[in-house]
Structures are given as structure tokens and as C-alpha cells.
Write a protein that binds this ligand. Sequence first.
Ligand SMILES: [Zn+2]
Ligand SMILES: [Zn+2]
Length: 392
Amino acid sequence: MEATTGSRLHRINWVTTLFLVLTPLVGLIWGALHIHAMGVGASEVAVFFFYVCATGFSITTGYHRHFSHGSYECSRIVKVFYLLFGAAAFQHSVLSWCSDHRRHHKHLDHDDDPYSITRGFFWAHMGWLLVTDHKKAEDFSNIPDLLADPWIRWQHDYYVPISVFMGFVVPFALGWTVGHPWGFVLWAGIFRVVLVHHSTFLVNSLAHRIGSRPYLRAITARDSMITAFLTFGEGYHNFHHRFATDYRNGVARGAWDPTKWIIRGLEMVGLAWDLRRVPTESIIAAQLDCDSERVSERLAERVKGHSEHALAHVRERFAEVAASVQRAAAALTVRERELAEARKQWGRDRADQLRRVRAELRAARLEMQAARVRWQAVVRELLDGSVALPST
Ligand SMILES: [Zn+2]
Ligand SMILES: [Zn+2]
């Protein structure tokens, strides 16, 4: 019994555990006392907001979409920003974070997935961080590209001083200039660390629990607007696990994905380039596959009492709608490629050319929308069971 307790204690990663337990606790007690005595200052709220964005987006646009998945290229200055403010998020170095994350994608929902949801919500959220896996020493064999970058290695080697300096010393110094050094440490240090921690953790827990699976049904990752709001836009996780190298997570135009907007913004000012987009055709094909699976399962349930002839009739009807969606998606992909090409041309008639391509793209989008509405109506009818099967 004693040996079991001893070995359990031996497995605990005390530094991380104490940090993850003490930051919210200190925030709660010190925060209550500080706010009771001093109120809430506008400068404290401003620096809190800046630090939440700087560190939160360094994780999502930097650690995740750039370093882990290479979904776009960016200038050295942007990379250094990610390295400094990413360290301030206290989520370990780029090397450690990305190595774990690539393992998560490769072994999703299996034993070698470091934060597999199959081991429970708490494990995926933060439990995996509280223990040291003695079986495996740090294995960086899955990130040779990152190991080749001297700046990334520098961040790994000096991770602790960089994170303490950027996460607490800089807020203290900024606060000093306005006469609130400890207020700034509380807001931009403690409160912010806790908030950004749990926002990131929700991507591993909640994004594998709530929402829909429109792109790949065999995995736990799900798409949810709620999770997206809580995670800087990382909540379209089913899409992300299906198309991990796309710089977007919320691929629909109305999706809440501020991380995607920032990457686009960086591209507009010349600080990011080579943004990787999966062709619309492939995205639609994945959705059609999922819908077809759902439809087939429903048909299998209804098969009793109906002849093969009746079922073939229904299948044919869906195949027709699916074919029209695929045609519209293919046409839209062609127009999107034309626009990307037209943007690269700098001839005299560039403006006219762009106007023409954009008009054609708009028309292709409308066509796609109409085809999608027809497809969804047919799928809904079948899933509701309201499609009448012809009798024989
Ligand atoms: Zn995931
Ligand atoms: Zn990922």
C-alpha cells in the first residue's frame, strides 16, 4: 500500500502541479484583497487585455498553427514575438509543446496520445501535465524541422528565465512606470496565466467532447462555436484534425476564428505568407462522406420491411444531389484558384481582371450555397425518417 502511494507521489510532476494549483489560488485570495483595497484600475484592465491577447495568440497562431503544423510562413520578427510571449504563457517551450502536439495528432484517441480524451475529461484537460512519464525521456524525433532553428533551441534552453521575465518581470516593470507594479503582476501575470492556461486546456478536453463531427466521424474531435469562443477560435477541432495543415480552423465565413483573422492580417501587411488552404472541393468531399455514412446507417435501420428496389431508389436520389454538390464545389475551387492567380499578377488590367474573377467567384459561391441547401434538405429528411420509401 505504502509502495503504491510512494510510487504515485514519485510520478507527480511537482513543479507543474504546484504552479497549476497555486496560480488560481493566489489569484483568488490576493485578487480579492487587492480589488477590495484598490478597486480595478483602467491601466490594469488594459495590460491584462494586451497580455491575454499577446500570450494567447502566441500559442494559437504561433505554437499551434505555425510551429506545430507549418500552416503558414512568417517573418523572423513574428517568430521571435511568438517565442517570447509564448514562453510567457507558461506552457513549456516550443520544442516540448509541439512534440507533444504532433504526437496527439498522430496517435489521436490511442495510448500514445499524451492527452487522450479516452482517459477522461480531467486527464485531457490538465491531468496529463501533473505526472511525469518516467517511461519516456524527452523524445524530439518528431520535430527535426524545429530543432534545426537556433532561435527555437535558444527558447528551449532558456525557457524558465524567459518565461519568468516576459510573464512577470515585464508586467512589474510596466506597472512601475504608472505606480501599480503589483497590480500589473496580478492582472497581467496571475489572472492572465490562469485564463490562458484553461483556454488552451479546453482545446484538449472540451473540443474532444462537445459539438459536431462534420468532416471525420471516427474521431473524438468536434466542432463547436462555444469551444471556439473560449479558445481564440480553436473550437472547430473536427475540421482541424481532418485538415491539420490548413491555417484556418473555422473554415466557414461566419465562423469565430480570430486566430485565422490575425494570420490573414499578418499576410496583408507582408509579415506572413504561403498560407495553406485545403481546396474547397476536398472539404466538401469530406462532408459528403460523413453525410453519406450517416445516411447509410439510417437506411440500414429502415431496411426492414422495404425491398432492395425501394432502397436503391432512395440511394439514387442522394447520389444525384451529392453529384451536384461535387460539381458546384469543383467549379468553386477553380474560381478560388483563379483569384489567387489574379492576385499575383501586376499588369495594367489587374483591377479589371480582379473584378471579373471576383464576380465569377461570387456566382460560384451562390451556386455552391444552393447545392448545399438542397443536399442538407435531403439529408435532413432521411435522418428524420420523413423520406417516403416507395412500396413495391
Ligand atoms: Zn485535438
Ligand atoms: Zn493541431
